[in-house]
Design a protein around this ligand. Sequence first.
Ligand code: SF4
Ligand code: SF4
Length: 379
Amino acid sequence: MTVTKQIPLEEQVKKLALDEGAALVGICTADSIKEKDFSDASFMLPGAQSIVSIAIAMDDEIVKKYLSKEEYLPLCYEEGHITKDLLKIGDKIKELLEEKGFKAFRCNINFNYRNINTTSKAVVPAIKELIGLIDKEKDPNIELSQKEKRTLDMLKKMIFSGFKRSPMTLVPNFSHRCAAVAAGLGRVGWSGNVITEKYGARVLFGSILTDAKLTPDKPLEKNPCIKCKLCEKSCQGGLFAKDETETIKIADVEETIAKRNNYGYCIAICSGMAGQNKFKEWSTWSPFRLDDVDRLPLDDSITEYVQNMYVKALEKGGKEAENVLRLIENSFLGRNNKPAEDFRPTCGCCQLVCGPDIKSKKESYNLLVNSGCADKVPY
Ligand code: SF4
Ligand code: SF4
């Protein structure tokens, strides 16, 4: 009699992920990362026991061309397509787990925050209408009707007050980074990004939650971060506090990383609202600049300054206002279902500069700081 050997479910899941195009895959228990709100898997799947963490690497040449300001759109497509592929692989893993009788939930990859109230879908059309009226008001050949003037005043009051309450710390529905660390895909580096042994920080992660009790992998023993601090030196925002550290713990692994200043420093730059802050010889891909100041405030007034950046950009109309609309569309309508071409990063330098080895990191950093300043919207 032939006995068919049953392949363990963990192996089936991992083989499926790799066959479908994941570069890395691992498993952790939900318990190992549940103490922090943003990595408590039961928020998205009550009864979750395990998490499958997957990663896809970015193309190094595409990243280098982005950092050197040679080519912008290929990285947008690359991030867009990787996101779609992570979602597709995640759905296949979810199907497999459900076929075996377990519950499973595939997390979204981007713009899923617990503290952004996305219930009002009317926000996006309202902002579109506001931008249309502001652009019309600026046109010397057009006079707004009384009704349009009233609508403009009403929309400004409503929308501007909303922006002035924007949070500076965003809490994800589920932290892919925590799962990736616990599942052994990488460790948290100086920048707070997850650094993998083979690809550095040039990866995007996805997570699938399940109530199946899968055998977990172990976190990596050695942190691949070599503390070169080129990530910190690549941050126009100034998020990382110079020479200060903080200790974080994920799945019982302690890491000493760069202490963070107010997250507003990243939001101002990474959102594309401004392309320069700390370093004047080069910029991110954003052609926009700070208003009235040379540097973002170095005290608590940074929060108010950044909240006002949205309002000022809307009042300027044109491309700067469109940038705000894009952020709001992503936040309220989701980014995961948008066409791959629609991804529009302008920074991400702390992650992208961290290539697979020290030679690549140094080369990438040099490309960035010698890339000059963007002076027009690149699309
Ligand atoms: S750039 Fe250097 S210091 Fe920063 S995370 Fe990567 S390896 Fe660590
Ligand atoms: S994304 Fe850009 S602004 Fe934000 S921390 Fe990284 S380098 Fe700094």
